[in-house]
Design a protein around this ligand. Structure first.
Ligand code: IPE
Ligand code: IPE
Ligand code: MG
Length: 253
């Protein structure tokens, strides 16, 4: 049977591939990926790290400037103790195995989230990774670990309130920029695109403030299955979005 070229060739609908400056990823579905294969959930987390490595390379190759990945939420503490411990150990192992490659690839690492409640040795490790990559000028890899957006905003509010109480800041002087400067993400541009894998269509307390105008793309694949083809499909979807920021956008102006 011959294939009708009109069906195969969809080039007429193609728009140039647009790459976000800042990409956020909610890496979800590790547990279900493993369970579906008769494996332990922890094996899904191990596969998830492989996917993360791959994603870092894709971002470098496609020209993404900032990649923020959600790796452990402040609400994930409610999981069984063994799973939490496993995820924490994975972070340590990731740093141990990948730091040199990250440095070689000019990646600057920033870890955002609450450091309260983390073991001092883990805090030292995080500080060390940030310090060793601070001079890098390529991809900025932001790892949201022990991160919750509501906690982030509450913490920022407390710092601002202290300034007001001390008489160093007038209430009228508080602007959006004042708040942004106190968030963990201070100095980073807002994400243009946020991807969530595994079919769930929610934000789960990720970058609530910063996502004000992010395009959201939800894909059905579990995180360990997310590959270059999935990435390109998401970029194609993103490229077709008309980002209006409250204005009239490309079609109307
Ligand atoms: C995402 O995968 C990783 C973390 C939240 C740490 P999950 O562990 O949430 O996997 P599912 O959603 O249960 O399949
Ligand atoms: C969000 O996934 C957190 C991370 C990916 C680290 P969850 O699996 O924790 O989110 P919910 O519980 O399904 O909303
Ligand atoms: Mg999940």
């Amino acid at each position: 049977m011959s294939i009708d070229p009109a069906i195969v060739d969809d080039s007429a609908q193609r728009v140039p591939l647009r790459v976000p400056t800042h990409l956020g990823v909610i890496m979800d579905g590790n547990g279900r990926w493993a369970t579906a294969r008769g494996k332990r959930r922890t094996e899904g987390h191990i596969e998830g790290v492989k996917s993360l490595r791959n994603m870092v390379e894709l971002c470098i190759n496609y020209g993404v400037k900032y990649l923020t990945v959600f790796s452990f939420s402040s609400e994930n503490w409610s999981r069984p103790r063994e799973e939490v411990a496993f995820i924490f150990n994975l972070l340590r192992r990731f740093v141990a195995s990948d730091l040199h490659k990250l440095i070689r690839n000019n990646v600057k690492v920033r870890i955002i989230g609450s450091r309260a409640g983390l073991e001092p040795s883990l805090v030292r490790l995080i500080d060390d990774v940030e310090a060793k990559t601070a001079g890098n000028t390529g991809l900025v890899l932001v790892v949201a670990f022990n991160y919750g957006a509501k906690a982030e905003i509450a913490e920022a509010t407390r710092r601002i309130a202290r300034e007001v109480a001390a008489g160093r800041l007038a209430v009228e002087a508080i602007t959006e920029a004042t708040i942004e400067a106190e968030l963990y993400t201070a100095g980073l541009p807002d994400p243009d695109l946020i991807i969530r894998t595994s079919g769930e269509q929610r934000i789960s307390n990720f970058l609530l403030w910063q996502a004000a105008y992010a395009e959201l793309v939800f894909v059905d694949e579990h995180w360990p299955d997310f590959n270059e083809a999935s990435f390109v499909r998401v970029l194609e979807t993103f490229s077709q979005r008309d980002r209006r920021f409250g204005g009239l956008g490309a079609a109307q102006s």
